[in-house]
Design a protein around this ligand. Structure first.
Ligand code: E4P
Length: 270
């Protein structure tokens, strides 16, 4: 399952990219409102950070307006994907974008039938909103599972993008339900990285390492003679077995074997 970041925050996107886990980004007008500035410039910057799909959402409420906005987004970078809300006009716009070769992400999907229609109209990505369904006491993951099964049974190319993810369990469940992609808020991505036992384990290993190093340094400082004699023994051993890198007197009286000669040589045996 691919992982997209659900944000318009450049800092968050850069961080996820550095972690090596970023497959794409989804934005929407609400996420854009949190950061402000020029939406177009933000989209260009995101497309410079990731080569994966970057969703840019249209807000027009007529087909021609959606097409105008979507075509302008598509010109910003080759990995832009035009996000179109599910509606009768949205389906028409998706169908027209498909004819023009512009890829779309159909958003605000709350039923499997909506997803099926969006796929038929030509959307590349279908985005069921899991969290918002859970909020009204419906199981959002059912839509993910049903669409993933439908697309597999009928060999439909569209991909299921689990959206409105609220916590790490949603990500696990979406992956198991067959979602092709999950788009995840940065906070949830961070929660996926951490576990209290992992963090505690790292701290314990570090503390034990420092304790052991301090004890070793203390022992060496307290017994300089022992340290000196150990160094002499090591040097003598190295000299005797040839590992010192030069040919010299043999400490053990055994002639060192030479490669390609003597009874060990394959050539000689033949
Ligand atoms: C994704 O494409 C959606 O815009 C997003 O996941 C919506 O999430 P929300 O329900 O947390 O706003």
């Amino acid at each position: 399952m691919k992982i997209f970041l659900d944000t318009a925050d450049i800092g968050e996107i850069r961080t996820a990219a550095r972690w090596g886990v970023l497959d794409g980004v989804t934005t929407n007008p609400s996420l854009y409102a949190k950061v402000g500035g020029s939406y177009e410039e933000i989209l260009r910057e995101i497309c410079r950070i990731t080569s994966g799909p970057v969703s840019a959402e249209v807000v027009a409420d007529d087909v021609e307006g959606m097409l105008r906005e979507g075509r302008a987004f598509a010109k910003l970078a080759r990995n832009i994907m035009v996000k179109v809300p599910m509606s009768e006009l949205g389906l028409e716009a998706i169908s027209r974008f498909a004819e023009e070769g512009i890829r779309t992400n159909c958003t605000l999907i709350f039923t499997s039938n909506q997803g099926l229609l969006a796929a038929k109209a030509g959307a590349t990505l279908i985005s069921p909103f899991v969290g918002r369904l859970d909020d009204i006491n419906q199981d959002g993951m059912i839509v993910i599972r049903e669409l993933a099964e439908m697309f597999a049974i009928h060999d439909i190319d569209a991909q299921v993008l689990a959206a409105s993810i609220r916590h790490p369990q949603h990500v696990t469940q979406a992956a198991l339900a067959g979602a092709h992609i999950s788009t995840i808020p940065f906070k949830v991505l961070g929660q996926m990285v951490h576990h209290p036992l992992t963090d505690k384990g790292i701290a314990t290993f570090k503390a034990d390492w420092e304790k052991a190093r301090a004890a070793a340094a203390k022992a060496a400082a307290e017994t300089p003679a022992a340290a000196g004699s150990a160094a002499t023994t090591t040097a003598a051993r190295a000299d005797g077995d040839g590992s010192s890198g030069r040919t010299g007197p043999r400490a053990n009286g055994v002639k060192p074997a030479r490669h390609g000669s003597g009874s060990g040589s394959t050539k000689r045996r033949r």
